[in-house]
Design a protein around this ligand. Structure first.
Ligand code: JCZ
Length: 233
């Protein structure tokens, strides 16, 4: 998979792309992630200006349509595969595991990260991106939302996770609509808090039953909305 990220702040991604699972996936060639600084497409304007005041008045600034359209069109010509264009916005379709699985099936994603008050509407009208929201809250820009989507999608790509099954067993993965049971590791006791005896019993049937019960109790307590849903997939 190839992911292109259009942003005014490419440096935000520096640490994220050089750490842990994502870095390993890049090094192993399982995913390629390229950042594109939108300011580079405003060369001819003074100080590489990419934003301006909204017509009709109102607070803040908007990212202008010309550098954005020019950037997306040039980035897309850099690579033959057509890109699935995603614009991060609080007004978009809610991102969830099902959408992550859908996006993980794409050969190429292009993520458009806004700032300020967002993009000139003609960016949507001309480029017709899918608009995706990572939640009903407002961030200061699309970059954190883009990293969220990259994180959830890349881990689903074949070969990225050590054990192919581990993503399949995740909460919200295909078929799972309930929360995960509590997990424990060494030490067996810490500050008076002990590991549940059943997990030390070696009785796999009892352990499975306990975990199923804990999943139901935890989902009931925290996410009753999931209990009535059909399993995913
Ligand atoms: N789900 C979600 C997306 C955003 C978002 C996306 C882009 C911009 C640009 C300026 N502020 C932004 C906020 N907030 N919350």
């Amino acid at each position: 998979m190839r992911i292109d990220v259009v942003t005014l702040f490419p440096a935000i991604f520096d640490s994220y792309l050089t750490q842990s699972l994502l870095h390993k996936a890049i090094v192993r060639g399982l995913v390629a992630i390229e950042r594109h600084d939108l300011r580079a497409w405003a060369e001819d304007s003074p100080h590489h200006k990419v934003d301006d005041k909204p017509f009709g008045g109102g607070p803040g600034m908007l990212i202008q349509v010309e550098p954005t359209v020019a950037c997306v069109r040039e980035v897309e010509t850099m690579h033959p595969t057509p890109a699935r264009r995603i614009l991060l916005t609080p007004q978009g379709k809610r991102f969830d595991q099902r959408l992550a699985e859908d996006l993980a099936g794409s050969d190429r994603l292009l993520l458009l990260c806004g700032r300020y008050e967002g993009f000139d509407q003609r960016v949507q009208d001309i480029l017709e991106p899918e608009e995706i929201s990572v939640g009903d809250f407002v961030l200061n820009g699309g970059e954190v939302a883009a990293m969220t989507i990259i994180d959830a999608v890349v881990r689903l790509l074949p070969g990225v996770l050590g054990d192919e099954n581990s993503s399949r067993d995740d909460s919200f993965s295909r078929g799972n609509r309930l929360l995960e049971f509590p997990q424990y590791t060494r030490p067996r006791e810490f500050e008076g808090h002990s590991v549940p005896e059943v997990l030390l019993s070696g009785d796999h049937a009892a352990i499975a039953a306990w975990r199923a019960e804990q999943t139901q109790l935890r989902t009931q307590a925290r996410r009753q909305d999931l209990l009535g849903e059909e399993p995913n997939g």
